[in-house]
Design a protein around this ligand. Sequence first.
Ligand code: CA
Length: 223
Amino acid sequence: MPLPLLLVEDDAVLADGLVRTLQAQDMQVEVLRDGIKADARLQGNQPTVVVLDIGLPGIDGFEVLRRLRARGTTTPVLLLTARDAVEDRVRGLEAGADDYLVKPFASAELVARIRALARRVAPPPSQLGLGSLSLDSSTRRARVGERPLELSAREWGVLEYLLLHAGRVVSKQQIIDAIAPWGDDLTLNAVEVYVSRLRLKLDGAGVAIRTIRGFGYLLEAGD
Ligand code: CA
């Protein structure tokens, strides 16, 4: 079931990019671009997680958050800040934020933080697995049978994305959108490199990453 998420972000380019990424991660994203609308929206039925920018037209993210908590609402809130100022983080956490991310951030990190917040209010999702491969997103441990699998962060990102979409064809661009940091140039060639490394590491795991020529990949059971 898609995870209902409210994104409050006035930067249209950033918001559009985030929506694409989060939808690809099976999240149902509602976007608002100003603080007053967000405050009104949050007086209604609650999303599972709120991703809230601090600098907003109308009222800022701190004030949206303060009003939310003043109503006694415990919906998890992740603050986005453009500033790396310690006082902003402290102020956000004091206002009742559950977590924060400083821009620019990796989309994979945002996804991981949102999932972590959602887990606090929902039963933990089952582990991802196929063949003798298993991935535990909460501990970020991967195994083939009992053998631990050592993966770089990027390899983890590619493999997790493929597993989440096992049996379906995914494009290289979808993988990039899901795992690349904002403004970070991850090329199609780099994705090919990660996939070829994963194929070596997954030898004997009973899973195959098939190449769909000119498009992307398909993860399925088999050798
Ligand atoms: Ca802003």
